[in-house]
Design a protein around this ligand. Structure first.
Ligand SMILES: NC(=O)c1ccc[n+]([C@@H]2O[C@H](COP(=O)([O-])OP(=O)(O)OC[C@H]3O[C@@H](n4cnc5c(N)ncnc54)[C@H](O)[C@@H]3O)[C@@H](O)[C@H]2O)c1
Length: 379
């Protein structure tokens, strides 16, 4: 069961005219690891500069070459006007930059420029930048404070929350990393206006996932029109609640993988040519179908998810030219698999996952998953 933590609303008085939505990510109700602040116009305000000033006057902005000019540069100018010593270090956009080599290059440039422990690292970008920059912050001089300014919807609702930072290797994605929480996650939905449709859908798939695993009311509201700001706030709150209950990813946090066992297999077989959001949407449909066939989820709820995914224009035909046998082979390599058996996060209801004997991933018989996959594949 998820605890519903009380969300702290920051006192609007302390922020001039800016009234913000604020969530504090805490472990054991004690130490605040991150404050997540969500407000349109936040990055245009002096409020976030006041927060930053509490850490250090020396900042390194890590961004990617794409968002550098229209988001990171104006931020640097704003910081310099406010008296900060700021430098931008930029990496090529995309997953190919999440490597040890790129991390090492960033660190070397920071040493060459003379940045030490008195530095705050600001990550400005999508999940690639926040994962990599967060990992630099975790290890540079044995750890320096960081602040995250996520600029994609996926970054705002998912990648920037929970402290998982890291990089990819030739052996797989996100295999090297750490848990390092940014002091502040500053979410300004205004920065999303330049985001492409595909990137928005990557975030939307994760929002639908949160509704499926933790909030029937969010699921119902998604069937109507919901303001984007509200979706971001509700999603951050759900992820924060899950992370607080399982900060080390020992159990409950696995429910965040709903749709991802099948989704990752689709991505791998499509050689990452399909967007993550489309793969996860299809993965959620298949895993909800399995949940229905195993007698957990009502057929009507499975159908409601299929309708919701259609409403948000997910293609749901990404399996059409894949083989069920190949998908199963890849799923058996998934890190949740045990003793060669495929394990998935399943739904008991919309808003609640199956928990069996303290486990949040359920073993699925191969013949059953094959039967379900055949509904969506041609062979
Ligand atoms: N740490 C976690 O808990 C966690 C969770 C989910 C995903 N991730 C990671 O996140 C990464 C994916 O993140 P992503 O989907 O944000 O991809 P991304 O960081 O590659 O960004 C996608 C593209 O959008 C561009 N972009 C960013 N902001 C923009 C804006 N405001 N306007 C226009 N273009 C913009 C980027 O330059 C990039 O080309 C993956 O590496 C994944 O492993 C991490």
């Amino acid at each position: 069961m998820l605890n519903h933590h009380k969300c702290q609303k920051t006192d609007p008085e302390s922020l001039g005219n800016l009234s913000v939505n604020s969530l504090s990510l805490k472990i054991l109700e004690k130490e605040i690891l991150s404050d997540i602040i969500i407000q349109r116009g936040l990055l245009q305000s002096s409020y976030w500069l006041e927060l930053l000033g509490r850490l250090s006057q020396r900042v390194v902005i890590i961004t990617d070459d794409h968002v550098r000019d229209f988001i990171a540069h104006p931020i640097k100018e704003q910081l310099e006007k406010a008296g900060f010593d700021a430098v931008i270090l930029s990496i090529p956009p995309g997953e190919k930059s999440k490597t040890r080599q790129v991390k090492e290059d960033l660190e070397d440039r920071m040493f060459q420029l003379g940045y030490g422990r008195d530095t705050t690292l600001i990550a400005v970008g999508g999940g690639v930048v926040t994962d990599l920059a967060g990992f630099v912050a975790a290890t540079y001089c044995r750890g320096i404070p960081s602040v995250t300014l996520p600029t994609t919807l996926l970054g705002q609702v998912d990648a920037s929350i929970g402290g998982k930072v890291g990089l990819n290797t030739a052996f797989g994605k996100n295999l090297i990393g750490a848990l390092h929480h940014p002091r502040w996650v500053l979410i300004d939905p205004d920065v999303l206006t330049t985001l492409g449709q595909q990137e928005k859908r990557n975030g939307m798939a994760e929002i639908i996932k949160y509704a499926c695993i933790a909030s029937k009311s969010l699921f119902e509201r998604l069937q109507e029109h919901v303001e984007l700001d509200d979706l971001i706030y509700q999603s951050c709150k759900i992820k924060k609640n899950i992370v607080e209950q399982d900060p080390q990813e020992r159990g409950l946090r696995r429910i965040l993988n709903f749709g991802h066992t099948v989704g990752h297999a689709i991505e791998a077989l499509k050689e990452y040519q399909l967007s993550h959001g489309e793969a996860v949407a299809m993965g959620m449909l298949v895993e909800a179908h399995v949940s229905w066939k195993m007698g957990y989820l009502a057929k009507e709820e499975f159908q409601a998810l299929a309708r919701l995914l259609h409403k948000y224009h997910f293609e749901l035909n990404s399996l059409s030219n894949l083989s069920a046998t190949e998908l199963i082979r890849v799923m058996k390599r998934d890190k949740k698999a045990a003793l060669g058996r495929i394990r998935c996060v399943l739904l008991e209801n919309i808003g609640k996952t199956v928990e069996a004997a303290g486990e949040y991933c359920v073993a699925v018989e191969e013949h059953l998953i094959e039967e379900v996959l055949h509904v969506y594949t041609q062979n």
